[in-house]
Design a protein around this ligand. Sequence first.
Ligand code: CU
Length: 688
Amino acid sequence: MPTTEGWWPLVFGRLSFDALPFYSAIATGAASLVVIGAVVVIGLLTWLGRWTWLWREWLTSLDHKKIGIMYVIIAMVMLARAVIEGSLMRAQQAMAFDNPGFLPPEHFAQLFSTHGSIMVFFMAMPFLTGIINFALPLQIGARDVSFPLLNSMSLWLTAGGAGLMMASLVLGKFSTGGWTGYPPYTDAVFNPGVGPDYWIFAVTLGSLASTMTGINIAVTIYKKRCRGMNPFRMPLFCWTSLCTSVLMIFAMPPLTVATALLALDRYVGTHFFTNDGGGNMMNFANLFWLFGHPEVYILILPAFGVYSQVISNFSAKILYGYDSLIIATMCIAVMSFTVWVHHFFTMGQSANLNAVFGIATMAIGIPTGVKIFDWILTMAWGRVRFTVPMLYALAFMVLFVVGGLTGILLANPAVDFQVHNTVFLVAHFHNMLIPGLLYGMIAAYTYWFPKAFGFRLDEWWGRVAFGCWVTGFCLAFLPLYPLGLMGMPRRTQEFFEPDYLPFTIVAGIGALFLLSALTSLVIQLVVSIRRRATLAVPGGDPWDGRTLEWGIPCPAPEYNFAVLPVATSRDTFLAAKEDGTAYAPRRAYHDIELPRNSMTGVVFGLALAAAAFGLVWYMWWLAALGVLVAIGAVVARSFVLDTMRIIPAAEVRRQDEAWLAQVRRLPAADRDHETTPRNQGIAEAPAP
Ligand SMILES: [Cu+2]
């Protein structure tokens, strides 16, 4: 086949038949899964005649709730891939004592690179962005975010980046440079293939999207709060979302700069990061962790917000220490920018510098500890109900403290010299991110699911999934602490020390539980959809909620609030239920203005993803075309004048009065029956 001469390179660049994944059975299998999955989805949509529906109702929608849901769908798909990849690595290590196992070193290195990149950039980030997108405007009593079109563009950039990650599974090999993409492992001399380019452009698309999201969310919180919602009446989730979005605005640009400079090194031969060419690899490490450390708080703070809502709600108590929780969140956000050097304690800076950054790192434990005490005191003397989101919150509090303590250990440079680059570190950050991010996101998914779709998730399968996530985490990651102390290096494809084996086998069993947890989530969703009539909560308030979003129907109407609410306290909806005005007839209805659908976001995101694909494979025409189309889409959009549509007051009145009438007919469920079919979204008034 002519793949290096004639017309071929002009059209396909360096893409040739060698790029097909036939070098190992696992790669072939994974690639076929992606291709078959895509074919099945496309075929199903065509067969059901759902393309127009999908385009009109979802892909081009500027509704913050739908955008949020689409983010969560991306996150769930990517979660499935990354959990499977993690399990493959654990399985390899469980049998890799004196034995090459089933994953060759090159493939193992690709796996830990994609696993990390996907988990951080295409699972965690879309998940929390989706949850914030969905819940935050509802909690502050707004109709939408400040910049709905920008929101759609961010979504489609993220989708494009995720698509690029999926493409790397089918065409060519991914980077072997880890999720941090350190040169020299990713520079052009050491690694001339397409892998690091896939990493660079997928991450760049994701980081641009996150910067835009940060701006959008921050402005929404500043400008779109309903009347009476002064900052100190905002639910805590809004506060943590605000801090997260500010972190996104300041932390993502260093990453974008790092990937852009690395791209210049690789594409045009500059030497920003090549030590022998006059550059310095440490510049990359500094830029990367200037992003990377705040990033862990971007990931964890929204979960802190979710837990605050969940713990207060299911303890039926006002959040203890509201102000201290806000101050602690802000302290964490600011301090997160002052500790990045702890990621290279061992790379040659002075002992004094290490001491400063070590102490700064340990200090972050203080505000975090404040939060834990506040949550415990919220539960104390409360009436705690052990629903699925609450179970995640409880597991989080125990496990997160363990992870935090090992973080304090690592913050000591002397200890770090012993255990850096061992699996101790792997145990630590999974200990922070699984309870601190993943549990929080699943809790949020369970908590707000009825608001999105109108029915609750099946409780029993939720508990099964919870049990598997917790057992799986403990078995798969706690053994890595002793293993790390024994000296087992991280990213090991094969080892020769017999003492490691029992621990790696236990960790491998843990991976099986994590796979079961993922499966349980899928089963839960299927079971819940089939039982949706029994699980329906049209009343809108399935959990005896306290904040504004529970005072509207489930699923939330496209305009969110028929009449914009007025906040009277931190728990406005609870107060309204107590004084009997929660479902009172409204005084007047007004026309509601909402943004029209737009294809700009879809075209913009996918065109830039195509351009990135072109750059990866040196298809220069595709790269240029993609950029031109993306710019063209934005220019074309600026000529569109008719961007809003009106929902007439009469229509709003019809829908809202129908719902209010239904609310009066629905039976109320007391708090002990919120997980039974008796719960139709109306909470019984608490005993006086
Ligand atoms: Cu850090």
